[in-house]
Write a protein that binds this ligand. Structure first.
Ligand SMILES: C[S@@+](CC[C@H](N)C(=O)[O-])C[C@H]1O[C@@H](n2cnc3c(N)ncnc32)[C@H](O)[C@@H]1O
Length: 230
C-alpha cells in the first residue's frame, strides 16, 4: 500500500513510520510512505497556507490552493482514495479500517487552524473523525488511521492474527495470561494450563462474550442481532 500524508508538520509524522510494526512494514516494503509539507505548494511568496475567514469570526482557515496543488502533485489522475481528517467526518472504527486497508493508495490530509475552506472538501472521497472531541491538528488522527490499517495488511503481523482482535468479530477480545502462574495470590485460570485446545477455545469464546456484554452492551446487542438475522 502507498500512503501519502499531507501535513504542515512533517516532523511530527515522520518518526511514527520508523518504529515498531509500522517501521518494519515500511522496511519490508508492505508500505511506501510519502510525507508532504503542503506549505511547499502555497501560491504566495510568504508561503502562507491560511487566511482570515470571509464574513469575519475567530481563527484562521486553510486555503484551498496549497491543498489542491499538493493533491495534484501526488495523485494527478485522482486514482488514490483521498481522506480528509475532520471531527465532522464519519466515525472511525475497525470495520472502516478494514475497508480502507483494501486500497492500494491512500492520501490523508491533516487539517489545522479553525477549519478548511469548504471547497477543499470537493477534492476528497471520504471524511473521517476519530472521535467526538476536537484536537489541534489532523496529525494524530491521521496516524491513528495509518496504524489501524497497516496492521491489517497481509504479512504485516507475524504471529498475531488481527481477526482475533477486539471488534473484528463484533466482540471484545478474551483475557490473556503469561508467566508467572501465580502472582500475589492471583492464579492463571486452570483451563489455560490444561493443554485441551478445544476447551481453551470454548473458554475464550465465553470470556469474550461475557466481557463484551459487561463492558460494551451496545456491541453485545449488535452482535446478538447479527446472529439472529443470519
Ligand atoms: C481545531 S481542529 C478544527 C475543528 C473545526 N473547527 C470543527 O469544529 O470542526 C483542526 C484540525 O484537527 C483535525 N482534527 C481535530 N479533531 C479531529 C477528530 N476528532 N478527528 C479527525 N480529525 C480531527 C482536523 O484535521 C481539523 O481540521
Amino acid at each position: 500500500m502507498k500512503i501519502d500524508i499531507l501535513t504542515l508538520f512533517p516532523d511530527m509524522v515522520r518518526p511514527f513510520f520508523e518504529h515498531s510494526i509500522l517501521g518494519r512494514a515500511k522496511r519490508d516494503n508492505h508500505i511506501t510512505v510519502g510525507i508532504h509539507d503542503f506549505r511547499e505548494y502555497s501560491v504566495d511568496k510568504h508561503q502562507s497556507v491560511d487566511d482570515t475567514p470571509y464574513g469575519g469570526g475567530a481563527g484562521m482557515v486553510l486555503r484551498v490552493e496549497p491543498v489542491v496543488n499538493a493533491l495534484r502533485a501526488v495523485d494527478e489522475e485522482h486514482t488514490a482514495l483521498r481522506i480528509l481528517m475532520t471531527p465532522q467526518g464519519l466515525p472511525y472504527n475497525q470495520e472502516r479500517a478494514a475497508t480502507l486497508a483494501k486500497n492500494k493508495h491512500i492520501i490523508i490530509l491533516c487539517g489545522h487552524y479553525e477549519g478548511y475552506d469548504e471547497r477543499i472538501r470537493d477534492y476528497f472521497d471520504v471524511e473521517i473523525s476519530i472521535g467526538d472531541y476536537v484536537l489541534t491538528g489532523g496529525e494524530a488522527p491521521a496516524l491513528v488511521v495509518c496504524d489501524s490499517i497497516v496492521r491489517l495488511l497481509p504479512g504485516v503481523l507475524n504471529e498475531a492474527s488481527p481477526e482475533e482482535d477486539s471488534f473484528s468479530r463484533g466482540l471484545l477480545e478474551y483475557p490473556h495470561y503469561t508467566r508467572p502462574r501465580v502472582f500475589e495470590g492471583r492464579a492463571v485460570p486452570e483451563i489455560l494450563l490444561s493443554g485441551d485446545h478445544a476447551k481453551i477455545e470454548a473458554w475464550r469464546r465465553e470470556e469474550s462474550l461475557k466481557r463484551t456484554k459487561k463492558r460494551r452492551p451496545d456491541l453485545y446487542r449488535k452482535y446478538l442481532e447479527k446472529r439472529k438475522n443470519r
